[in-house]
Design a protein around this ligand. Structure first.
Ligand SMILES: [Zn+2]
Length: 147
């Protein structure tokens, strides 16, 4: 490939999976809890703020005194969008689906999917509850359903 060659427009992504998380030591408890049907978030013992995604420090006061707490699993729809096109494996056959940002009852917002509904069923502020779906036959992923 020379400097003048244009970059390839598409890569061969067959076999790749874009729905699987990279599970590291820091996030292992989160994923283990998901497999047990529990949603964990982090709480700062210095200032009391909850946060998600989990970090080893508080994004509000920078304290490293953070601990895992179990969320209620309740929340409301903060934002959503129906996805009609997604070329990344394995999402192609799953369209259309509803991608959303859910505001948890404990405060943090999380990216997720709304399941068992279409975008036409969803309204901003609608109450939702967490559910857990295996996405590779083993590891469970938190998703949400309208309540
Ligand atoms: Zn804090």
């Amino acid at each position: 490939m020379s400097v003048s060659d244009p970059p390839p427009l598409r890569q061969d992504l067959s076999g790749a999976r874009f729905d699987q998380p990279v599970i590291e030591d820091e996030s292992q408890p989160y994923w283990d809890a998901a497999n047990q049907g529990r949603l964990l978030i982090k709480c700062c013992t210095a200032c009391g703020a909850n946060h998600h995604y989990p970090r080893p420090f508080c994004p509000k006061c920078w304290s490293e005194e953070v601990e895992w707490v179990e969320a209620s699993g309740g929340g409301t729809v903060y934002s959503y969008s129906t996805v009609y096109v997604n070329d990344l494996p394995p999402f192609g056959p799953e369209v259309p689906y509803v991608a959303a940002v859910v505001e948890l009852d404990e405060g943090p917002r999380m990216m997720t999917r709304l399941v068992d509904c279409t975008g036409e069923d969803v309204e901003i502020g609608a109450p939702v509850t967490v559910a857990f779906q295996p996405f590779d036959g083993e590891q469970c992923m938190p998703v949400f359903r309208l309540t």
